[in-house]
Design a protein around this ligand. Structure first.
Ligand SMILES: [Fe+2]
Length: 218
């Protein structure tokens, strides 16, 4: 089976009081589990059966037929959530390391400004979606929000960080207060994972995302 069900890299209550055990239980064990289970079921007998999850997402994106769209929606949600679990930690650092702080400073002015712009993008994401910090082939950083299950990879961008802004990610803890969820998201953000993604990012071996279209403006 090429589609893994990722265990949480922390205890179910490890993100409290910012993200409750109850939220993580429903989010990981119910919502995420369903996306993985549905993807596994739908790819049986399809051209996607032997592909990795990321390849399924790229191959099923924008195909135009209903079956591919359903596979894309579930596979991308499985991929997005696995990335999101890694973006959180029960041992957070308040700030990124000095080197990556300089990168953020150069791109956004300051860490505070980055968090402000990221939050604004998340608040402006209408309905269900995701907010991302991404890196382009030219190694420029940008903040984008995507609708539904979309992942920056389908727009030729590599994700460094994401925040799930579907209501199921925060409604039990914050009801409709997405802004408060964002504020507390930064308190359990795994900067080490973000930095790792930045320093290992290279498009030289990622031929599968060459010639992808330019992303929409969030
Ligand atoms: Fe989610």
């Amino acid at each position: 089976m090429l589609i893994d069900f990722m265990k949480l890299p922390y205890k179910m209550g490890g993100l409290e009081p910012y993200i409750s055990k109850e939220t993580l239980h429903f989010h990981h064990d119910k919502h995420y589990a369903k996306y993985v289970e549905t993807t596994r079921r739908l790819v049986v007998g399809a051209p996607y059966e032997k592909m990795s999850l990321q390849s399924i997402v790229l191959a099923s994106s924008r195909k135009g037929d209903e079956k591919s769209q359903t596979i894309f929606n579930n596979a991308a949600q499985a991929l997005n959530h696995a990335f999101y679990w890694n973006c959180l930690t029960e041992n957070p650092h308040e700030k990124p390391g000095d080197s990556f702080s300089k990168v953020l400073h150069k791109s956004f002015g300051s860490l505070e400004q980055f968090e402000k712009l990221f939050t604004e993008s998340a608040l402006n994401c209408f309905g269900s979606g995701w907010t991302w910090l991404t890196i382009s082939k030219g190694r420029s950083l940008s903040i984008i929000s995507t609708q539904g299950a979309d992942n920056p990879l389908i727009f030729g961008l590599k994700p460094l960080l994401c925040c799930d802004v579907w209501e199921h990610a925060y409604y039990l803890d914050y009801k409709n207060d997405r802004e408060k969820y964002l504020k507390n998201f930064f308190k359990v953000l795994n900067w080490k994972f973000v930095e790792q993604n930045f320093y290992k990012s290279s498009f030289s071996t990622r031929t599968e995302i060459d010639d992808m279209p330019v992303p929409p403006v969030s």
